[in-house]
Design a protein around this ligand. Sequence first.
Ligand code: MV4
Length: 651
Amino acid sequence: MFKKILIANRGEIAVRVIQSCRRLGIATVAVYSEADRDSLHVELADEAVAIGPAASSESYLSIEKIVAAAKATGAEAIHPGFGFLSEKAAFVEALEKAGLVFIGPPAAAIAAMGDKIESKKLAAAAGVSTVPGYIGEIADAAEAVKIAGEIGYPVMIKASAGGGGKGMRIARSEAEVAEGFRAARSEAKSSFGDERIFIEKYVEEPRHIEIQVLADAERCLYLWERECSIQRRHQKVVEEAPSPFLDEATRKAMGEQAVALARAVDYRSAGTVEFIVDRERNFYFLEMNTRLQVEHPVTEMITGLDLVEWMIRIAAGETLPFGQHQVKRDGWAIETRVYAEDPARGFLPSIGRLVQYAEPRLVEGVRVDSGVRAGAEISMFYDPMIAKLVTHGPDRETAIQRMRTALDAFHIRGIRHNIGFLSAVVGHPRFREGRLSTNFIAEEFPDGFSGVAPGPDDLHRLVAVAAFVGWRREFRASPPAAPVERVVFLDRVPHPVTIEGTTVDVVVRGQGFERELRGTWEPGAPLFRGAVGSRSLVVQVDAEEPGFRLSFEGAELLALVVAPPVAALLELMPVKQPPDLSKFLLSPMPGLLVSLAVEQGQEVKAGEELAVVEAMKMENVLRATADGRVSAIKASPGDSLAVDQAILEFE
Ligand code: MV4
């Protein structure tokens, strides 16, 4: 076994690898950029080496610097995590030359799977089901039209070097094929320097289901599947294992085909074979990811295996001491990705400091993988993922409910985050029914997300929690023994109640409802934990003068609890309308307005570039989050912008 491993990555995956090394008694070396000097992975590793500036190209992507760091510290092997150098065959070759072990697959397997035309040919030859189409390079638009006619419409035009939706076009007619072919080819050329294009049948409303494989020098096993259909613009949001869609026969067929493909490229280590699955459960190979994946924890939760540990053991020459029949599948696991982004502003990344950060505690069956702690900075240099929240339970319903509670108990302030959105996704009736597809978010949240309205039962529960919190704020440690009458305003709607009880146990009586509440909340605490009736819940409480804000399962409500005479006066007060910020393009950060891409009166489409703001030497392109018309220009190139300063106004 290795004595010392270098982790060529940052953030949560670096922390994750360090944790497995620690359990195995292996010393760890972290590498870090200037932006990550104070980060958690640096603190947790036994040693750390600075490898350059914040920009990844000059630090985490520098093969030279990482090899030098390994040499300088005497590390024998390197775990690449995911992203960065994890799927660069040249990195594996450079390590071999330097006498270092790569904890991952052979360079040849990475190279074979890096090219979509080649990997599809390999898969077809290995007996893996591929999307009907033409497996080869297409010379020009005329050939593209001819082939599309043979395949039958609709078709999908793809770049061989593509990924993340780049260089991909759907075509439903000859005209769209000719046009899509040219567009895909020029996009592929400029994005990847490789203009090779292929065409296949377009699978409508597919589900994304992937098979985890694990291979040593002899054995190759499949560790079941993960379903990752809940994505937004090719960014995974929720993943689960097993898939609620697969039957045993399909599961077995997919697993065996994934293994056949891995064997065909002499695969070693952990890898993932991605499929799309249509409504009839026909499945088709898409690509193979030759690395550990972000969503690997859901597989670990149901199999009980530590994938990082097995990657390390296999790289050290050990063999798997269990076979396919010993791989267990226990219960259900769900992962949600907590991102620093603002769902109310088109999911714009939200950078800044985690002023408050507390991971969920006291919730059963929860795992949090994160690389941050309170006070950490989410910078714009790297992926804005804050943490992965994973729950496990005996069945899907339990895993979902644990996820909702864990999301409510995850307390993050200082930046915008998607926790409420994640709760709304996993609480959505269609998600609960397991009717997933890669279009789920686009179909169910077409206008983004700005909070859900609680149903009547939840509303009464929240009235009870607000009454309790207001009562505790008012009376602190010595609440009156006699019932008190109060009016609970939730988002300005009055709910008259009487409150009676002790600091941990009250009865709240309203008009037409009565709720018994047991729980704990002390003035200043971020979380209420307790039960309303038989339903246990966690509700986040933020002071917001003159009242407070409650957040629960994707709902956010402004609360104010006052005596009835005060309520009568409040109801007479005019409501001050806040400005409608959705009509403005606001600067997401303090910075310099470099350029404007639009003029007054111009029509813009969602996704179009509007302006460029420079901050910390990085240019940030601001794009339209919806279709609209620019009615006014509020700032000029060269202006210094404050955060939230208006740049444009829309009609
Ligand atoms: C497809 C497809 C439908 N039909 N291929 C998207 C990323 C790239 N790896 C392949 N992708 C797709 N290929 C055919 N023939 C639909 C997608 C697709 C998708 C696939 C998996 C997960 C999410 C997706 C979102 C949009 C489109």
